[in-house]
Design a protein around this ligand. Structure first.
Ligand code: SAH
Length: 240
């Protein structure tokens, strides 16, 4: 009989219309163990237990596949924390290249341990701020997809993420309830930064029935030179 983590992952995968092969199940198990071992030290997550982590972290992260294909894409995860949603996606889509970004050094240290333990190739870890990366030539307008879960209100997040997306690429924002209002309030920021609101997918997590929203924004024009503003400004004076 499968343990609760694997059983919950399999059920969640069924809900997403994907399958998680055994060799990937093993990686999710290792990820879970490392979270458990290191959580106290790095303050990574408030979730506990196999089902909760499987559904609210792993399956929730994988729900991005409802909106986009990640095969072979260049993906940046802004404010990834303990690796969500980037690392679960990378476990399934081995051909994608991934840059995990967090402004807190100890979280990036956890990501180093994680990537080594799971043996993942093509995963860069950066201790950096999105605002700084958005102005760096190496990263500006270069990603196929920028993902972000639970980092800031959408109008702030648009300034952190959209500068990194190439024209024709996507910014995918993962939100809980209340997404509709955030989208309304972010309309001006999205347009100013070269984005176009494409759609919102509303989901309910299996087992917990909690609402999740995937907001998909397409990059249709270059971001003006003056954005992103300097570190901290997007949150301090959000575009309204
Ligand atoms: N995405 C993860 C973590 C969310 S918590 C998850 O869903 O579980 C938000 C994370 O964003 C924190 O780890 C914080 O350090 C990081 N963060 C906040 N502002 C940031 C910025 N401007 N640039 C990079 N990382 C940022």
């Amino acid at each position: 009989m499968a343990a609760l983590l694997e059983e919950s992952l399999a059920a969640g995968a069924g809900w997403l219309d994907i399958s998680i092969p055994d060799q990937h199940m093993v990686l999710f198990r290792s990820y879970y163990r490392l979270l458990e071992e290191e959580n106290a030290k790095y303050n990574l997550t408030s979730l506990e237990g196999e089902r909760e982590v499987a559904v609210k972290h792993f399956i929730d992260s994988l729900s991005c596949v409802k909106a986009l294909d990640f095969n072979n894409k260049r993906v940046v995860d802004i404010g990834t924390g303990a690796g969500f949603p980037g690392v679960p996606l990378k476990i399934l889509y081995r051909d994608m290249s991934l840059v995990l970004v967090d402004s807190v050094k100890k979280k990036v240290h956890f990501l180093d341990l994680l990537v080594e333990k799971l043996g993942l190739d093509g995963v860069e870890r950066r201790w950096d701020r999105a605002e700084t990366m958005g102005r760096a030539e190496e990263f500006r307008e270069s990603a196929d997809i920028v993902v972000s879960r639970a980092v800031a209100p959408l109008n702030v997040l648009a300034e952190l993420c959209l500068p990194l997306v190439r024209e024709g690429g996507y910014f995918l924002s993962m939100k809980g309830p209340g997404a509709e209002q955030e989208i309304d309030e972010a309309g001006k920021a999205i347009e100013l930064l070269g984005g176009w609101f494409e759609k919102r997918e509303s989901l309910r997590l299996p087992f917990y029935n909690e609402e999740r929203n995937i907001i998909l924004i397409r990059k249709v024009a270059p971001t003006p030179e003056k954005y992103p503003r300097r570190e901290g400004m997007p949150a301090k004076r959000p575009i309204r």
